[in-house]
Design a protein around this ligand. Structure first.
Ligand code: UDP
Ligand code: MG
Length: 331
């Protein structure tokens, strides 16, 4: 098929200097026998180490590498978004820098794409070298997400996937401030399939996903694909009100048939703490949605590209690109 001839690989990079030499070596070797891969886009997500310099040094003079430097750390999801919006190939593969997404899986992905699929995601059959806690929390997230989200995203699937030009164009029209990429890639639809692989350990360096970043990703995922937390709050509120009316009836009845019992202090304090906690919790949920509405209304650019660099022409540096704006149709 004529529109399925070139692929870009998009790699978000945040403080990955320990793994970059091995990664670039593997990429060079892999590409040499696969001409379909014509561009590799590194998105430097505001690294504080020498990741960007190392990429330039190791790829200068080799054709087909692009480095997009973001002006600060915008986070993994926005780094991927910047990469997708910058790619011009017929398809793109999103993969991590740490070699946890093995290159050989690309062969299966490319095959499925050439068979006509628009999204080919990698399903993690086994995860090596990740802590028990990380695996368990990931499992918990996937099951909660499956229950509450109003899209049907596959389980045990991260951002490692191939997406066709149609999907990239559809994705570019999504202007969410905090995009949950794997969810949105399911949301866009088209023909989707998966290939399984075993996820190896990180080749070098340490995970860049702190507990805080993982937590934020999970909350972003749920909030952006579900309004159920708000509904649950309403239902629980109704249930508690009904129970309290029953309680009231009971208290009045007791007054009538004065049995001489003195109401306990402990139960009052318990009720005060319990309902206080419940109210704060639900206020927090409402706040999460409100904060997102606020971020959307401000409509700031989601990321800022500080510089674009091309390995074939190392002197050429383009600066001052902004967040990709899709062409707006005349009103
Ligand atoms: N990453 C990024 N920005 C961040 C955090 C991570 O671009 O703020 C990149 C990181 O360099 C890696 C990928 O996202 O290429 C996945 O991160 P990591 O491997 O640390 O996550 P894990 O596999 O431990 O979940
Ligand atoms: Mg990793």
């Amino acid at each position: 098929m004529t529109d399925r001839q070139s692929i870009a690989i998009i790699i978000p990079v945040y403080n990955e200097e320990a793994v970059l030499p091995a990664l670039i070596e593997q990429l060079n070797e892999f590409r040499s026998s696969r001409p379909v891969i014509d561009n590799i886009i590194f998105v430097d997500d505001g690294s504080e180490d020498n990741s960007a310099e190392i990429i330039c040094e190791l790829t200068a003079g080799t054709s087909g590498y692009t480095l997009l430097r973001l002006s600060r750390n915008f986070g993994h999801q926005l780094a991927i978004t910047a990469g997708i919006n910058a790619a011009t190939a017929d398809a793109a593969v999103i993969m991590d820098a740490d070699l946890q997404d093995p290159l050989h899986v690309l062969d299966d992905m490319i095959l499925e794409w050439q068979n006509g699929y628009d999204v080919v995601y990698g399903i993690r059959e086994d995860r090596h070298g990740e802590s028990f806690l990380k695996k368990k929390t990931a499992e918990l997230f996937y099951s909660v997400f499956k229950k509450v989200a109003n899209i049907d995203a596959p389980r045990n699937v991260g951002d490692f996937r191939l997406v066709s030009r149609k999907v990239m164009d559809a994705f570019a029209q999504i202007r969410e401030q905090q995009p949950f990429v794997r969810g949105l890639m399911s949301w866009v639809g088209f023909r989707q399939t998966g290939v399984t692989y075993t996820r190896p350990e990180r080749a070098a360096g340490r995970s860049k996903y702190s507990f805080r970043k993982s937590w934020n990703l999970a909350i972003d995922g749920i909030i952006s694909f579900s309004d159920r937390p708000l509904r649950y709050a309403v239902r629980l509120g109704l249930l508690v009100s009904t129970l309290s009316i029953l309680g009231l009836v009971w208290i009045v009845a007791e007054k009538f048939f004065d049995s001489g019992t003195i109401p306990g202090w402990a139960s009052i304090i318990f009720a005060a703490f319990f309902f206080g906690g419940l109210q704060l919790f639900f206020l927090g949920i409402v706040g999460e949605y409100l904060a997102r509405v606020y971020a959307e209304v401000k409509g700031r650019p989601r990321y800022i590209v500080m510089e674009k660099w091309y390995s074939d022409d190392a002197e050429r540096r383009v600066t001052g690109d902004r967040d990709f704006q899709p062409a707006t149709s005349p009103q």
